[in-house]
Design a protein around this ligand. Structure first.
Ligand SMILES: C[S@@+](CC[C@H](N)C(=O)[O-])C[C@H]1O[C@@H](n2cnc3c(N)ncnc32)[C@H](O)[C@@H]1O
Length: 406
């Protein structure tokens, strides 16, 4: 595909620079993904912003908002497209289903499989499907199949042996049964999955009757709409400034925890250190989902931090646990005695059983430090509910699957 018209050289140069940056940061690792990125004219899929913004974008370009001003569609960030495509391991001749259509990723997929008609992209929003169809056509990818439907349901015209790759590009709270049914025996499923207040794009391959993850990417996506839409339960601990985010319908007594939060705080330091470069906290967050339940996320605004209502809580929140009358969450401190860029993990707890709960969470952190600190990414397995192989461990129960994290 070549550009025509005034200023045509600029997008080519910007694209080449973007690809070099993605290579340098390790988002692109294969020659195939690199070649696809060099060919697809990304700027044609986000005409609402300049080519400089499209190719320089560290994050997504939002393309549609709902009536409350919340983004409902976007063209994902180049680094995220790249990491997801690398994790998907798409090869020439494969059939691919993309759930959520921005046009751009479908074009990249068409380049990777070599035949546009092997790619199906599906979006629930008629505006987005129409937009994707038009932009794909204009960019030279008019044979990509664009469907308008709820992508969590069985897809019409799916290949009889299933899709070789299913790539979901919208935040899901469950692994839809349709994806499990329509994935080829040797297939891979890449999906941004929300669980326990966390959001991870997970690449799964089949392992006997279940799926096993081999890549986890920290990422945020707009939430899925339609029958599989799911909003977490949010417990307001101090108005909207301090919130406990509870996924998967775990039991929680909102009133008792809000009451607990008004009471004294107990602090306990774990001696477990994180250094910024290790990426340890994202791994610990996922690992804890397989170690403790109930488990969720405490989030706080800057106002809450300034008023001293919470300890050091990162913008994306911190792991939290609770029982019938108390809650505890992880916090961080920088200690003058520990090396630069290192932080110590601690626990802050409130409520009548705060000391007990603080020990419970600190013990789990200690176990991670001893058993899992050096073992790489946690592994997420997804079992159908009738699978006899589900291990006897802490599970994260979704409508269609049970997740086990180790
Ligand atoms: C992040 S955008 C997709 C990005 C895109 N794949 C790209 O090329 O960058 C997410 C899309 O998912 C769509 N969506 C939300 N719920 C859906 C559902 N249940 N089925 C299919 N599409 C859905 C939204 O309308 C939105 O356009």
């Amino acid at each position: 595909m070549t550009e025509t018209g005034v200023g045509a050289a600029a997008p080519d140069a910007l694209r080449t620079r973007m690809v070099a940056d993605l290579r340098a940061r390790g988002a692109i690792t294969s020659a195939e993904v690199e070649a696809a990125f060099l060919r697809v004219p990304r700027h044609l899929f986000a005409p609402e912003v300049t080519a400089e913004e499209v190719y320089g974008a560290p994050e997504a370009v939002f393309t549609k908002y709902n009536s409350q001003g919340k983004p409902v569609s976007s063209v994902s960030a180049p680094w995220l497209h790249a990491e997801m495509l690398e994790a998907a391991q798409v090869a020439s001749g494969m059939t691919v289903l993309e759930v959520g259509s921005g046009g751009c990723n479908a074009a990249l997929l068409a380049e990777l499989v070599g035949d546009q008609s092997l790619v199906t992209t599906i979006d629930i929003d008629p505006d987005i499907s129409a937009r994707a169809r038009k932009q794909l056509e204009e960019a030279g990818y008019g044979r990509v199949r664009v469907q308008e439907a709820d992508g969590s349901k069985p897809i019409k015209d799916a290949p009889a042996q299933g899709f070789d790759r299913i790539i979901v590009t919208v935040g899901a709270a469950d692994l839809s049964a349709a994806w499990l049914d329509q994935l080829a025996p040797e297939g891979r499923l890449v999906v941004p999955l929300r669980f326990r207040g966390l959001s991870r794009t997970i690449a799964f391959a089949r392992e006997r009757e279940h799926l096993r993850s081999d890549t986890l990417i920290v990422s945020g996506f707009v939430a899925m709409q339609g029958d599989s839409a799911h909003a977490p339960h949010v417990v307001r601990l101090s108005g909207a400034d301090v919130r406990l985010v509870v996924d998967e319908d775990q039991p929680v007594d909102d009133k008792a925890l809000a009451q607990a939060f008004t009471g004294p705080r107990h602090e306990q330091w774990t001696g477990v250190e994180l250094s910024g470069s290790e990426g340890l906290l994202p791994r610990l967050e996922v690992w804890l989902a397989g170690a403790i339940a109930p488990y969720g996320r405490l989030r706080a605004t800057k106002v809450a931090a300034d008023r001293g209502l919470v300890g050091w809580v990162l913008d994306k929140g911190m792991p939290a646990v609770w029982n019938h009358d108390s809650l505890a969450y992880l916090t961080l401190r920088r200690d003058p005695d520990i090396p630069q860029e290192s932080y110590e993990l601690g626990v802050i707890a409130h409520g009548p059983s705060r000391e007990h709960l603080a020990v419970h969470l600190a013990d789990a952190v200690d176990r991670f430090d001893r058993e899992a600190r050096t073992t790489g990414q946690p592994v997420v397995r997804a079992y159908r509910h009738d699978d006899k192989e589900v291990p006897d461990e802490v599970t994260v129960d979704k409508p269609s699957v049970r997740l086990v994290v180790t």
